[in-house]
Ligand binder design. Structure first.
Ligand code: FMN
Ligand code: SF4
Length: 430
């Protein structure tokens, strides 16, 4: 861990950090008590004014999303997205392992704000240990009266359920998550209607990421100025970053938003492994545009700075790529992943992703022609914005970007009739 201000990771490393007594000793559940003394609309407004943006990838303001829930008498639901399937993203897992009560307290506050009486935590199937920790934490919260009936003496009931996913990346997409939760195949739905109008069991539903919800107790307990003390004007607060790749200290780090990317790589995360030079960074998960080393120099880890550099903060998954990495092979691997995970409903995604994976493989093996590089670009362009869900856009991103930013490398494979390097990676990815 690091010496930066800690909101989300404040309890990590304490003995029995997942236990309710540890959480209570750090002021836990005081924010929920305070929130339930406030008007629900005021709670959403505080979260909006604090500037908290969704940490699942798109960065939509959390407080605004909550206000989309209709004010009628239908039952309503909060679904917490703990699917965490994006390559390179592994930060929500640590919230659930090390401080599950922070998430549960955030759920209580969010459900009060939206007047939802049921919340599902949809957790990635492989997360067996975090799922067990969450189950135990929910039981503890029930025993203390923080969940169940008449919470904090209010006429407010809340049940929280853990629902295990079955191992498909697409089930992290919010409408696919809802389908899967209903026991169906996880196919994304056509929108409109959006989940607040017609979500789980056709009722009003909000889907939020684990980290988004876990950020809420601090905002309510400490207030907006305390949260805005960290980060930048437009990107306030802190964020968890999961860093992997050719880096000495891969892991999860909490940083104030706006922290310089190169300081993160060179200082916080221990610098490049084995003295390798930096070649590129995928800053926000595999669905965000890659940056060449020279494009990373004055970039900060916040929504605006990364957008200005032509990429995105995404889920905060920083993949560090060292010199000696074959970008054609990396594209083949990434595109193969998306092809495998496509649900198959839309032709551009179902056909485009495997086709692009095949072309990347052919280029890597030296069986392609120069024209294939342009075919890749036009394939990617035809996948963008033409499908039911954004998985196709995510897949198209490296298909378009890699040949554009590393054209010389793609051409070298074709001229050389194969990969010019003896092996595709200088050292194994960590
Ligand atoms: C293919 C795909 C996979 C996704 N996987 C996740 C995921 O694992 N976790 C997550 O929070 N959001 C994921 N999202 C984004 C969700 O659809 C949704 O925007 C998010 O959960 C909203 O939460 P937030 O507003 O708190 O960020 C995914 C989106 C797509 C298109
Ligand atoms: S874009 Fe791909 S994953 Fe999304 S609905 Fe269409 S086929 Fe399925």
């Amino acid at each position: 861990m690091n010496e930066f201000p800690k909101i989300l990771s404040a309890n990590w490393g304490k003995p029995n950090s997942a236990g309710i007594e540890t959480y209570l000793a750090s002021g836990g559940y005081e924010a929920a008590r305070k929130a339930l003394g406030m008007e629900p609309a005021k709670v959403s407004q505080e979260v909006l004014d604090a500037g908290l943006r969704g940490r699942g990838g798109a960065g939509f303001p959390a407080g605004r999303k909550w206000t989309f829930m209709p004010k009628d008498n239908r039952p309503r639901y909060l679904c917490v997205n703990a699917d965490e399937g994006e390559p390179g993203t592994f930060k929500d897992r640590d919230i659930m392992r090390f401080d599950p009560h922070m998430l549960i307290e955030g759920i209580i506050i969010a459900c009060w704000a939206m007047q939802a009486n049921n919340s599902y935590i949809y957790i990635r199937g492989e997360f067996e240990e975090p799922a067990k920790i969450l189950e135990k934490a929910i039981q503890e919260a029930n025993q203390k009266g923080f969940l169940g009936g008449k919470i904090f003496g209010k006429d407010f009931n809340l049940q929280v359920w853990v629902h295990r996913g079955a191992g498909a990346y697409i089930c992290g997409e919010e409408t696919s998550l809802i389908e899967s939760l209903e026991g169906k195949r996880g196919n994304p739905r056509i929108r409109p209607p959006f989940p607040p109008q017609k979500g789980v069991f056709d009722q009003p539903t909000t889907v939020n990421n684990v980290e988004t919800i876990a950020s809420v107790p601090f905002i309510i307990r400490e207030g907006i100025p305390a949260y805005r003390k960290f980060g930048t004007e437009k990107s306030p607060g802190t964020k968890l970053f999961s860093v992997s790749g050719h880096i000495n200290k891969p892991g999860v780090y909490e940083l104030p938003l706006g922290y310089p990317l190169m300081n993160f790589i060179n200082e916080v995360a221990g610098g490049m492994i084995a003295g390798i030079k930096l070649k590129a960074v995928i800053p926000g998960g595999s669905s965000t545009p890659v940056l060449r080393a020279e494009e990373c120099q004055n970039v900060n880890l916040d929504y605006e700075s990364l957008a200005a550099a032509g990429s995105m903060l995404g889920s905060g998954a920083v993949t560090v790529i060292g010199e000696g990495t074959c970008m054609v092979k990396l594209l083949e691997i990434l595109t193969h992943f998306y092809a495998h995970e496509s649900c198959g409903q839309c032709t551009p995604c179902r056909e485009g992703a495997p086709w692009a994976a095949q072309i990347a493989k052919r280029i890597h093996e030296g069986k392609a022609e120069l024209n294939d590089i342009d075919v890749l670009s036009s394939l990617g362009a035809n996948m963008m914005g033409r499908t039911i869900c954004p998985l196709a856009d995510a897949a198209a991103c490296p298909i378009i970007d890699f040949p554009k930013k590393f054209r010389e490398e793609f051409e070298a494979h074709i001229r050389n009739k194969g990969c010019p390097q003896a092996k595709p990676f200088p050292v194994e990815f960590k």
